[in-house]
Write a protein that binds this ligand. Structure first.
Ligand code: ADE
Length: 228
């Protein structure tokens, strides 16, 4: 899978050389390329923003560098999925991560300031499928942190990235519920004991207990997941 990221702060993404995604990049399973939007500017100051038409606070990202960047990057595949992290987008869920993990080519455009000139999204739709995607109902300073979260959520679903694929199945959100609690040795620690059933060796009882825990946790912490 290929992912191109465009940002004015490419070094945000340095952490994606670490751990499982770093290994996936080294082995070629994940072709992740980070680009500086300013490389598609042509003025001396490498300008990427300007004041908003109609007035208002802050600056808006200019369309020209974005269009040149998208032209170059979209040419690498047939019809890429072009993702713009935005608090005004659809909410990113595990199902979105799964959907994106099946794509051959993602382009992620990270906006800053008050956002990107709206015409960029219209133009991008002529090059690929455009998705405005929000991490949640809060505002970040730009798309970079959201893009990193999405890349990690998507990347770990690419076959071969997570060593033991069973570990993907038993996680929060994979079956619509929060995951069950986990324990390791020692069985007694600071007067706290591991639930007996987990030491019983009775796999049926363990599975039933874990399911109950999933339901109880979901009902208490995320009742919205049960009502959907
Ligand atoms: N950019 C700013 N806030 C964001 C959010 N909540 N999700 C995605 N991108 C963003």
């Amino acid at each position: 899978m290929r992912i191109d990221v465009v940002s004015i702060f490419p070094s945000y993404f340095d952490g994606l050389t670490l751990s499982l995604l770093g290994k996936a990049r080294e082995s070629g399973i994940l072709d992740l390329r980070i680009h500086d939007l300013r490389d598609w500017t042509s003025d001396r100051h490498r300008t990427v923003d300007d004041t908003p038409y109609g007035g208002g606070a802050g600056m808006v990202m200019k369309p020209e560098p974005w269009a040149l960047a998208l032209d170059d990057l979209a040419a690498a595949s047939e019809r890429p999925t072009i993702v713009f992290p935005s608090p005004a987008g659809e909410v990113f869920h595990q199902t979105t991560a799964r959907e994106f993990s099946g794509r051959e080519h993602l382009i992620i455009g990270c906006g800053r300031y008050e956002g990107i000139d709206e015409r960029v999204f219209e133009y991008a739709a002529s090059l690929g499928e455009v998705r405005l995607v929000s991490l949640g109902d809060y505002v970040l300073n730009g798309g970079e942190v959201a893009a990193m979260a999405m890349i990690e959520a998507v990347g770990r679903l690419i076959p071969g990235v997570v060593g033991n694929p069973d570990s993907l199945v038993e996680e929060s959100h994979e079956d619509g519920l929060l995951e069950y609690p986990s324990y390791t040795k020692p069985s007694t620690w600071r007067d706290r004991v591991v639930p007996d059933v987990l030491l019983s060796g009775n796999h049926g009882a363990i599975a039933a207990w874990r399911r109950e825990q999933q339901l109880a946790r979901t009902a208490s912490r995320r009742p919205d997941l049960l009502n959907d």
